[in-house]
Design a binder for this molecule. Structure first.
Ligand code: E4P
Length: 217
């Protein structure tokens, strides 16, 4: 499973990128707002740091304006994936922008039917939002599973990008189902390294090592 980092904070991207954990980056208008940076400037900086796709989201609501914004965002760097919302206008923009050779990430997906439309419109990525479904007491992971089945049934090449990942369990379940990609906040990716038995085991090893009186260096 590819790991995208869901942030516009360049320091956090750099730390994970140095470890080879970053296959791409996703941003959205809220993340740009939190970064306090100019969208073009920060997107250019991020795109220069990582090899993989960097999603930058349009903010227009009409198809023609989305297409113009998408073209401008795509010009920032070769690895930009233009992010459009899963509305009828967004699907039109997806069709045009993907037809022009751009990567397109269709975001705010909450049903398998929406994912099916995005694939037919030529989406490179579909972003089902797991956490936001869980927030309203629905099963976000069931949506990943449904989309996996629909895409496999018909051989769609659109990649499932599990988004709105809030917990390490979300990451685990998305990987078990066979999501192509997950995008998660840096904190969730780092937390995946943690296990209480690792901590307890290391503690016991350190205590026994101290009793040997030895040093390696
Ligand atoms: C994905 O591309 C979105 O930026 C993100 O995953 C949304 O996550 P949230 O629901 O935690 O805001």
């Amino acid at each position: 499973m590819k790991f995208f980092v869901d942030t516009a904070e360049v320091d956090q991207i750099a730390e994970l990128n140095d470890l080879g954990m970053v296959d791409g980056v996703t941003t959205n208008p809220s993340l740009i707002m939190k970064s306090g940076r100019d969208i073009i400037e920060v997107t250019k900086e991020i795109a220069g740091m990582v090899d993989g796709p960097v999603s930058a989201e349009v903010v227009a609501l009409e198809a023609d304006a989305m297409i113009e914004e998408g073209r401008k965002l795509a010009k920032i760097a070769e690895n930009i994936a233009v992010k459009v919302p899963l509305t009828w206008a967004g699907l039109k923009a997806c069709k045009v922008l993907s037809g022009e050779g751009n990567m397109v990430n269709v975001t705010l997906c909450f049903s398998a039917n929406q994912a099916l439309l995005a694939a037919k419109a030529g989406a490179t990525f579909i972003s089902p939002f797991i956490g936001r479904l869980d927030d309203i007491n629905l099963d976000g992971m069931e949506l990943i599973s449904d989309i996996r089945q629909v895409y496999d049934n018909y051989g769609f090449e659109t990649q499932i990008l599990a988004a709105s990942i809030r917990t390490v369990n979300h990451a685990y379940q998305a990987a078990m189902i066979g999501s192509d990609v997950m995008t998660a906040p840096p904190g969730v990716i780092k937390k995946m390294a943690e296990h209480p038995l690792t901590d307890a085991g290391l503690d016991a090893f350190m205590k026994d090592w101290a009793k040997t009186g030895q040093k390696i260096l």
